[in-house]
Design a protein around this ligand. Structure first.
Ligand SMILES: O=C(O)CCC(=O)C(=O)O
Length: 194
């Protein structure tokens, strides 16, 4: 965890520079969202551990080919199990969301969401391994939506639901997103972290 917090502090100014820009850049949109929530009596703040703050954003590029760029999975319990977050207040959030801003995507790479939030028991019966990936045949009976992801899109989804990144149709370039997580700590607090 110390290594993670040290890295966040070391990279804070270069990350801020990366997200600077004219007009409404991603941090401005997050600030707008925080102001909107404040109007509803909810505080959006960066998760903390012993006075040190979690990271704000990460950049993720995906290049992989195949039927899915990222296989069907959920993240809610995976977030909590991440060694760099053990003991963090993040462990106490009730629902987790991923928020993403698409920096670059040429063709394919949609977000696919299935209308199922597996509990531990159904997860074990539908998937295999400690880091579950869900096979197509286990998902066929659930409704799903496919959301096209274009450069410039901002999107947010419940990571407790099974989701995947669809096949990419442009092997020449990478699909790049800026990503952060949010979770409901209590009735008046939403945390964000990476
Ligand atoms: O890149 C996306 O659109 C979704 C990423 C995702 O599912 C994940 O990071 O777990």
């Amino acid at each position: 965890m110390d290594a993670y917090l040290d890295e966040v502090e070391r990279d804070r100014s270069s990350m801020a520079a990366l997200f600077e820009g004219p007009g409404r850049a991603v941090p401005d949109l997050v600030d707008e969202y925080a102001r909107h929530l404040a109007g509803e009596g909810i505080r959006l703040r960066v998760a903390e551990h012993q006075g040190r703050q979690a990271g704000l954003f990460k950049l993720r590029s995906r290049q992989r080919g195949g039927a899915y760029t990222l296989e069907p999975h959920t993240d809610a319990s995976a977030f909590r199990a991440m060694p760099h977050l053990s003991g963090f207040e993040i462990q106490r959030v009730s629902r987790c969301y991923s928020a993403l801003a698409c920096v670059k995507n040429v063709a394919g790479g949609e977000l696919v969401c299935w209308n199922i939030t597996p509990d531990e028991e159904s997860s074990q019966s539908m998937s295999s391994g400690p880091d579950p990936r869900y096979p197509q045949e286990a998902l066929a009976r659930f409704d799903r939506i496919t959301i096209p992801i274009r450069t410039g899109d901002i999107y947010l989804f419940d990571v407790g639901k099974i989701h995947a990144v669809g096949q990419r149709h442009d092997e020449e370039s990478t699909r790049l997103v800026a990503q952060w997580n949010m979770g409901v700590l209590d009735d008046t607090t939403i945390l964000r972290w990476v």
